[in-house]
Write a protein that binds this ligand. Sequence first.
Ligand SMILES: Cc1cc2nc3c(=O)[nH]c(=O)nc-3n(C[C@H](O)[C@H](O)[C@H](O)COP(=O)(O)O)c2cc1C
Length: 422
Amino acid sequence: MSLLQEHVLLRHRDIPNIRDIHVYTAHGGYDALRKALNEMQPGEVTDVVKASGLRGRGGAGFPAGVKWSFIPKDVKPVYIVVNADESEPGTFKDRELIEGNPHQVLEGIALCAYAVGAEAAYIYGRGEFRGPFRGLQQAIDQAYEQGFLGENILGTDFSLDVYTHLGAGAYICGEETALLSSLEGKLGQPRNRPPFPAQVGLYGKPTVVNNVETLTNVPPIVRHGAEWYRQFGTEKSTGTKIFCLSGHVVRPGNYELPLGTPLRYLIEECGGGVPGGRKVKAILPAGASAPILPGDKLDLPLDYESVQAAGSMLGSASFIVMDETVDMVWAASKMVHFFKHESCGKCSPCREGTYWMEDVYHRLRDGHARPDDVDLLLSIADQMDGNCFCLLGEFSLSPVRSSIRHFREEYEMRVKRMGIGD
Ligand SMILES: Cc1cc2nc3c(=O)[nH]c(=O)nc-3n(C[C@H](O)[C@H](O)[C@H](O)COP(=O)(O)O)c2cc1C
């Protein structure tokens, strides 16, 4: 069940085999690119994306058109880098877009390239995307054959080459500057910002880094206009969003809904509720990175502002539902383990802090916790806060602090070793 009459992004659900270029073009595919190349100046494409209010879907929610407008006009070459690293736990939307509707991704890339004057685009995928990228390469080859990529696209003087690249399976390579380093063949570790990639990006040149889902929104925006797009969502969080739903729900999966849809609708209507009629205990709205929300937040509208006001972040909108059987100390320890494992080691607050936090969780798990261990966790988090080189270290504080904030009694039971089994 969906609040949309038809999907904007997940169009393959409505139109079988839209991954084939002939089916895609029969349903208006590449019309937006044709319209842009024939009727619009590059700056007008940026303007319509700005006016649509489209915000980045990779996590930070930065307005896409504004980001494009930061690209200097007098420095060449300009690059597009598409972030398909998709490594946040519980996030699986970009994969579905790449597999199900790859030409809409490619058309979005071409529109972005035209808008900012780029002639090369790189799609960086997580190491495990070997299969999805085979299909993506076929779509790229088809687009070249049909004249939508390559030299003199649609007979104009706009040319674009698109390349794919697979990483080696590191979460940090989703962070845009680490991604750029990895793409350049260097160690995948973050760089200082500023300068931001729009000024000094891939190979030191101006670069737009956008998420797959962000760019997939662009063809319908250019085709139907900013006003059409703004009919979906809220004033500040416009459009539709793919919500990745997993954990304790009857029907996990991707659901495309207008931003601002209540969490209850996602979990109960789309997901079919919690199996066995059990209660929702906690929700992770953005995988492991954003603070845990307690289960009484089901009426929360799912837009960037509302989720932030509720003390968390919408991020990539990967909703992991935990029912009342979940031990929150265990859940937090798993997330801390993830961040410790994925810490790139560049800065000591993250490298050491995640290690020490996991050490405390091991004591809690093994029944050796010390009386002040809960406060010790909070103290480590305070010392890391604001001192990590990039957001990975800051993300690792979310499960720790939020689980203690909402479920401290479960920690205290561990400290007192009361009724806990592993
Ligand atoms: C540790 C870390 C991991 C990230 N992983 C991803 C990712 O897998 N995919 C993604 O699109 N953005 C990821 N991001 C966000 C990117 O740095 C960047 O903001 C995004 O690619 C920009 O695209 P957008 O504006 O279209 O969202 C990550 C950020 C951090 C700090």
